[in-house]
Design a binder for this molecule. Structure first.
Ligand code: FNR
Length: 367
């Protein structure tokens, strides 16, 4: 993708692509079965993958009527910066698996739709290839095994105009993904990752030592690394994957400025707490002004509303925009974002809320 020209076709989308679920049905036809398994699947029996979707059905909306919404808007402020709307793109690695233009297409679409994107450490497109003037971009850090190896990535994110560092803390080990294993999924050998090797090399362990606990866990990030990170970047630091209120409190005490409440789309630890429940609990344990973001299972504008009602400042979508990418490149990603945003705007109007700040628990009911 070298120009915005394909996005001009946004108004000529075929009628069968009305919803994010329609994109899911299309995407499967564009991808090899093992890549589809990698993208759509999750850990073990994929119970969390399913619950991330079904949790929204248990929440009912209670609309208010007759309010004046003529000054309505979807904008928000985070860390002193203005964002036009609360639909962000979650970090997803190796995007050339899904479309030859990978992150180059995704980030172009995000920019056109003014959607804040979070670039994965495992991007196939280097940070310096992206528009340095786009203010809506954050960098997601996977810890590189040590401070010395992690620091250059942080430095580059600052240099190339990223506005926040998101460190993912819920995956010190990859999830046990039955489906992916059965399909023998592996990354192509020639795939380029400009910023990092795809896997942290395990430290050597002696025969008497445990490969996991004395090996990989030795190089996984610890709380003092988070403290170090906060002190060594000018950017706000967010932790992604926090689910326990005690972790949330500890992070904030260490200077972390925001949290992304997430179970990694159900890909790491099966049967983990539903992230929507975790969001509600964590919201009650922290000062009201700490930004909490949410991801997992957002597929409709009503889902966005419910996450905001339970305390999120913004939400991130993961698989849905990759379904758009696989189906139609940058155009597909842009259409996915636009579709969800329009659904959310209509939901706000039907709920009688003019601004994001008005959305709260008074608008939802759980039986
Ligand atoms: C992810 N996710 C992820 N998270 C992260 O912090 N760094 C990464 O590189 C990746 N890579 C990745 C690849 C694929 C194929 C998927 C599906 C997911 C997790 C992602 O950021 C997000 O938490 C979930 O995708 C959100 O759930 P939904 O929207 O996909 O239901």
């Amino acid at each position: 993708m070298t120009s915005t020209q394909p996005l001009a076709a946004l108004n000529e989308i075929p009628a069968y692509l009305q919803t994010l679920l329609d994109y899911e049905k299309q995407a499967v036809q564009h991808l090899a079965p093992d890549v589809w398994g990698y993208l759509s699947g999750g850990a073990m029996r994929e119970i969390s993958v399913g619950q991330n979707l079904s949790q929204f059905e248990r929440i009912q909306l209670i609309p208010r009527h007759l309010n004046d919404l003529t000054q309505g808007n979807t904008s928000l402020e985070l860390f002193g910066q203005h964002y036009p709307h609360p639909i962000f793109l979650a970090p997803i690695g190796h995007q050339q698996l899904f479309h030859p233009q990978g992150e180059a297409a995704t980030t172009l679409a995000a920019e056109v739709m003014q959607s804040n994107y979070v670039l994965s450490t495992f991007t196939n497109t280097a940070m310096d290839q992206l528009n340095p003037h786009n203010p809506y971009k954050w960098f997601q850090l996977y810890w590189q095994g040590s401070r010395e190896k992690s620091y250059p990535l942080i430095g580059q994110a600052e240099q190339y105009g990223f506005k926040a560092i998101v460190i993912t803390v819920d995956a010190p080990h990859v999830g046990i993904r039955d489906r992916e294993r059965q399909l023998a999924f592996h990354l192509p050998n020639d795939m380029q990752h400009p910023h990092t090797p795809t896997h942290i090399s395990f430290p050597d362990v002696s025969p008497s030592e445990h490969k996991l606990f004395n090996g990989l866990m030795k190089v996984s990030p610890k709380w003092d690394d988070i403290e170090w990170l906060v002190k060594n970047t000018q950017l706000p630091v967010l932790l992604k994957g926090v689910l326990h209120p005690a972790d949330a409190k500890k992070a904030i005490e260490l200077g972390v400025q925001g949290l992304i409440i997430s179970n990694h789309g159900g890909r790491i630890l099966d049967t983990s707490i539903s992230p929507l429940t975790a969001l509600e609990i964590i919201k009650d344990h922290l000062p009201a002004d700490i930004p909490l973001l949410y991801d997992g299972g957002i597929r409709r504008g009503t889902d966005v509303f419910k996450a905001l009602a339970l305390g999120a400042s913004a939400v991130l979508i993961g698989r849905p925009y990759i379904y758009g990418l696989a189906t139609a490149g940058a155009l597909g990603v842009a259409h996915v974002i636009r579709t969800l945003l329009e659904e959310f705007e209509v939901t706000m109007a039907l709920m009688g809320t003019a601004t994001l700040k008005e959305i709260n628990r008074d608008y939802i009911y759980r039986s």
